[in-house]
Design a protein around this ligand. Structure first.
Ligand code: SF4
Ligand code: SF4
Ligand code: SF4
Length: 388
């Protein structure tokens, strides 16, 4: 059996207790029953057996995952473990939550199912995240209280942040200080913005492909290299890129995989199957099919013309746009949904191309400098030894 791990983004509910202005999901009241979860997971695991894939990583998202009760997750974990054991597969779980519904009654399931880790989202400054009928300040206050409560219970909280126009004005140093020094976050990831789903004013203001966004990312990389790396703070995608250019094994974000359709799949509470969460809820024409209406997931994927278009994208971009790029083997044309949300087609390169090139060059330079410093230190140390 291969050692490969397949990622499943699972949306067991499409309900959310928030109403963020830039949300790319169309929310509904649909929830996945445990009976349907059994059918879904049996088909996913059978697909893994057919593809000779050893492991499954389930990324639980929503809507908002914590609109389901923790007891639902405990029963889901047991059901999935039994189905995986029957097929000789291993399954691990990750939880993405806005933390608004968190209370200590979640602690046992977070410990048992999610290895005492959660990933959540907050921007700085927060312009777009809010609870229904409330403002961003209310969201910040509730989020901060819940995150502090979780951390006090020993839960590791990672944060995903999306820069907005005000973030760029504030600058990288202030942004880093807020997360690390003021909130005590030791691991966060800065995602590139994209106007996914139905357009609105907030999405129109997201910085996509601007010189200011590139400057912000490069400055933040410098802040992290100067402070965070030494202090053991992880900031994605800088830590992954530094490892990549240093020749250290790492897992790069999905936006830079060779063909995300080979490694990742998303299924929502209604059984719709698509590439990832934005596709499954907001672009119905780009769904691969429905897991509850097929005999086998392998057959569904093999018969889908949409899957085939995803597979064709990297080669099409190589032939046309990316052939001369020094980072082709790393980037593969970037993220399909970022390209689609800006250009309306899969067959354009990622709109953050210039940012990626600047980042790759910057982190490659940092890795080379670190390698030279380490070599000089070793030769200095051994030279000193010889002289004594
Ligand atoms: S961005 Fe997330 S938390 Fe906000 S409304 Fe959308 S699903 Fe809910
Ligand atoms: S479309 Fe983009 S975000 Fe979605 S899985 Fe592919 S690379 Fe990741
Ligand atoms: S950095 Fe730009 S040109 Fe290079 S592979 Fe990525 S999208 Fe293509």
């Amino acid at each position: 059996m291969s050692t490969k791990v397949f990622s499943l983004i699972l949306l067991p509910t499409l309900q959310c207790n928030a109403d963020c202005d830039y949300c790319f999901e169309v929310k509904t009241n649909d929830r996945l029953s445990l009976e349907r979860l059994q059918e879904l997971i049996d088909k996913v695991l059978d697909h893994l057996v057919e593809q000779d894939i050893a492991g499954l990583m389930i990324h639980w998202q929503g809507g908002e995952a914590m609109t389901l009760p923790p007891s639902w997750f405990a029963r889901a974990q047991a059901l999935i473990a039994a189905a995986a054991a029957a097929r000789g597969r291993s399954v691990t779980h990750g939880l993405q939550t806005n933390m608004i519904g968190y209370s200590p009654k979640w602690n046992p399931v977070i410990r048992e199912m999610f290895d005492n880790n959660v990933s959540t989202s907050l921007d700085y400054p927060n312009l777009y995240r809010r609870r229904r009928g409330q403002d961003a300040a209310d969201y910040n206050a509730v989020w901060t209280r819940k995150v502090r409560l979780a951390r006090a219970a020993g839960i590791e909280v990672g944060v995903i942040a999306v820069p907005n126009a005000a973030t760029l004005e504030l600058g990288a140093e202030r942004f880093y200080r807020h997360f690390v020094d003021e909130l005590g976050i030791r691991s966060f990831q800065v995602n590139t913005p994209f106007p996914g789903g139905e357009s609105n004013q907030a999405k129109g203001l997201l910085p996509t492909g601007s010189a200011a966004l590139i400057g912000f990312y490069i400055d933040l990389a410098e802040v992290w290299l100067a402070r965070g790396e030494r202090d053991g703070v992880r900031v994605g995608p800088f830590d992954e890129l530094l490892a990549y250019f240093s020749g250290t094994p790492t897992v790069l974000p999905c936006i830079w995989t060779d063909d995300c359709a080979n490694h990742i799949l998303c299924i929502d509470a209604r059984g719709h199957v698509a590439q990832c969460d934005c596709w499954v809820t907001s672009y119905p024409d780009y769904r691969f099919g429905n897991i509850f209406e097929c005999a086998s997931l392998s057959e569904l994927l093999a018969a889908s013309a949409v899957v085939e278009r995803f597979h064709q994208r990297p080669m099409a971009l190589v032939a046309r746009d990316c052939i001369a790029c020094d980072y082709l083997a790393l980037c593969h044309g970037g993220c399909p949904v970022r390209a689609f949300s800006v250009h309306g087609t899969l067959f354009e390169k990622d709109p953050h191309c210039a940012l990626y090139q600047a980042l790759f060059g910057h982190l490659a330079g940092a890795a080379a400098r670190q390698a030279r410093a380490s070599a000089a230190h070793s030769s200095g140390a051994s030279g000193g030894g010889r002289g004594e």
